[in-house]
Design a protein around this ligand. Structure first.
Ligand code: PLP
Length: 361
């Protein structure tokens, strides 16, 4: 097959130059005669990669001093429980902004460990938008306010990330981390599974305020403690060596192309190319998200019938435009336009959409 544009939601597209780099050095990492997968995680080569990946994330997001970056396992789903297990207690309340299935799951995780308060939810509106700030009602003194920055399944995003004065934020940024610059200072903790926008499945990135590391209760087991992972520079146990290596290469790629500001501009242009076709289609394509909540990472829309949606996805596939089926819970079409998707891919999809409407509309 020649050119394929991969719109999968996750695991997702990786930058082509990164894949080529991996292929090139797979059998012989830096003249050692071994692949990176076969070396000790305590080798100087691998420890240098972990340090570089931490430094690159700090640089690319302009992370203020007083934060650590950790590389953990168990996906964002483990973080749903690990965040409250480390920071919430039965006497305290954590606030949750519920904007989709992933935030519902984060909330469920917290319910096991302490009190929770739904500060806002857009469930009644089929998660077509994120809450308006005026509709957010915080509890008196939340330990943190949790949000999902990008709702992968519904295709909505906090286009402006909210802030609530001195109340620290905790965020699941699995599907839009490093897609744009933002101010890290209001966050106590940020987590993201790598497999959407940063690398392969198998590693979870955590950015955590150092001050919080001292608060972990004694009852939390070692592998689930942020303080233990921080003290051991993410090498408390055998880390996911290969995913961390690939993530480091993706971070280098991002830095070389101009960092978070540059990728944000590209992501805006890419998404606009597709939203434009939706808006010009006279209702043939119906976007799920309300305009001011439209995600730049996951573009979700419906066609007049489910039959047409099936045809749309399968004919696209035959032309090398793959991964367009919507999430099993909502159906429809979803095009994921993560950092690694080139503008040409979005242009090819836009062209395909126009042609499909012309011939089948
Ligand atoms: C994919 C996704 C998850 C789940 O991630 P896992 O790594 O599979 O646990 C959680 N939150 C968001 C926003 C996601 O996109």
């Amino acid at each position: 097959m020649s050119q394929v544009y991969n719109f999968n939601a996750g695991p997702a597209i990786l930058p082509r130059p990164v894949l080529e780099h991996i292929q090139h050095e797979l059998l012989d990492y830096e003249g050692r005669g071994l692949s990176i997968m076969e070396m000790s995680h305590r080798s100087k080569e691998f420890m240098a990669l972990v340090a570089e990946a931490e430094a690159l994330i700090k640089e690319l997001l302009a992370v203020p001093s007083g934060y650590r970056v950790l590389f953990l396992q168990g996906g964002a789903s483990t973080q749903f429980a690990m965040v409250p297990m480390n920071f919430l207690s039965s006497e305290r309340t954590a606030d949750y902004l519920v904007t989709g299935v992933w935030s519902e799951k984060a909330l469920e995780g917290a319910n096991l460990f302490g009190k929770t308060h739904i500060a806002a939810s857009t469930k009644a509106e089929q998660y077509r938008r994120v809450p308006r700030l005026a509709d957010v009602k915080l509890s008196d003194n939340p330990v943190y306010v949790h949000l999902t920055s990008n709702n992968t399944i519904y295709g909505t995003q906090w286009r402006t990330l909210p802030m609530f004065g001195d109340h620290p934020l905790a965020a699941d940024m699995s599907s839009d981390i490093l897609s744009r610059p933002f101010d890290v200072a209001p966050y106590g903790l940020i987590y993201a599974g790598a497999q959407k926008n940063l690398g392969p499945a198998g590693v979870t990135i955590v950015i955590i305020r150092e001050e919080w590391l001292a608060r972990v209760p004694k009852t939390v087991p070692s592998m689930l403690r942020y303080d233990i992972h921080a003290k051991n520079d993410s090498l408390y146990n055998t880390p996911p060596v290969f995913p961390i290596y690939v993530t480091c290469l993706v971070l280098r790629w991002l830095q070389e192309l101009g960092g978070a500001e540059e990728i944000a501009l590209r992501n805006e242009t890419k998404a606009a190319t597709i939203y434009h076709v939706i808006d010009e289609s006279d209702g043939f394509y119906r976007g799920h998200a309300e305009r001011d909540s439209r995600s730049l990472m996951n573009i979700t829309f419906r066609l007049p019938t489910e039959e047409q949606e099936k045809t749309f996805a399968s004919q696209a596939k035959a032309q090398g435009i793959v991964g367009l089926e919507g999430h099993r819970s909502v159906g429809g079409i979803r095009a994921s336009t993560y950092n690694a998707m080139p503008l040409e891919g979005c242009a090819a999809l836009a062209e395909y959409m126009r042609e499909f409407q012309r011939t089948q509309g």
